[in-house]
Design a protein around this ligand. Structure first.
Ligand code: DX5
Ligand code: ZN
Length: 220
């Protein structure tokens, strides 16, 4: 059964308490925290995501799936460790060289947190292969990072299938997360390709009943 990570990027200020409580009741598997620094991507959601994540930590036991779309990864890791996330995912493209990738993986693990590595749509999936044995998850962006409500890039479905085959052929037991444009129309091809954690923001937050849409995404 796939797991659903609800992106809280578009949760409206003032409605966050009710939204998070309803998402908890709807049994989202993770809260997906989209951290943007205004440099790696245009938007800056840094302080809002830290505030929201701290609030969720206080009211819920559900795990936090932190997605760092930032240039200064170590600074963001230090800030978001405070909310005791289940996993922190950083972007390969934010690292200057391989040494920095390995150093970041080690740093997150040393702080007792699971680590994910993410690739943007234009990054070749082969570029991340060597790091996969050392992480817990590979996040395949199915849209260009930076905002919610975009349309899933179809080519990314093949990219998911390619990395799925690679981890199976090489006995690497990690999760594959797909992130961006996931909804009832796109979920089955993404699942069939091999993603086992699906991020959805708009599809869930725009729905009248969170539990219904989360169950439908899981069952589709
Ligand atoms: C985009 C974020 C995604 C996005 C998902 O940079 O990483 O998590 O918020 O939102 P939807 O589901 O609306 O594409
Ligand atoms: Zn995300």
């Amino acid at each position: 059964m796939v797991e659903i990570a609800t992106s809280i990027l578009s949760v409206e200020k003032g409605k966050e308490a009710a939204t998070f409580l309803e998402l908890e009741a709807a049994k989202t598997d993770y809260f997906h925290i989209d951290v943007m620094d205004g440099k790696f991507v245009e938007k800056n959601t840094y302080s809002k995501m830290l505030e929201y994540a701290s609030y969720i930590k206080r009211i819920s036991n559900l795990p936090l799936d932190v997605h760092l779309m930032v240039e200064d990864i170590k600074e963001a890791v230090d800030d978001f460790l405070a909310v005791e996330p289940n996993r922190i995912t950083f972007h390969l493209e934010a690292c200057k060289n391989k040494e920095e990738v390995y150093k970041t993986i080690k740093y997150i693990k040393e702080n007792n947190c699971k680590v994910g590595i993410s690739v943007k749509p234009n990054t070749k999936i082969e570029d991340v292969y060597e790091f996969l044995p050392y992480v817990h998850m590979c996040l395949v962006m199915t849209v260009e990072p930076g905002k919610g409500g975009q349309t899933l890039l179809k080519d990314m479905v093949d990219k998911i299938a390619t990395v799925k085959k690679y981890i199976q052929d090489n006995q690497i037991d990690i999760d594959i997360e797909a992130d961006g444009g996931i909804n009832l129309r796109t979920v089955s091809e993404v699942k069939k390709a091999g993603a086992n954690i699906l991020v959805a923001g708009t599809a869930i937050l725009a729905a009248n009943h969170y539990k219904t849409i989360i169950d439908e995404l899981k069952m589709s």
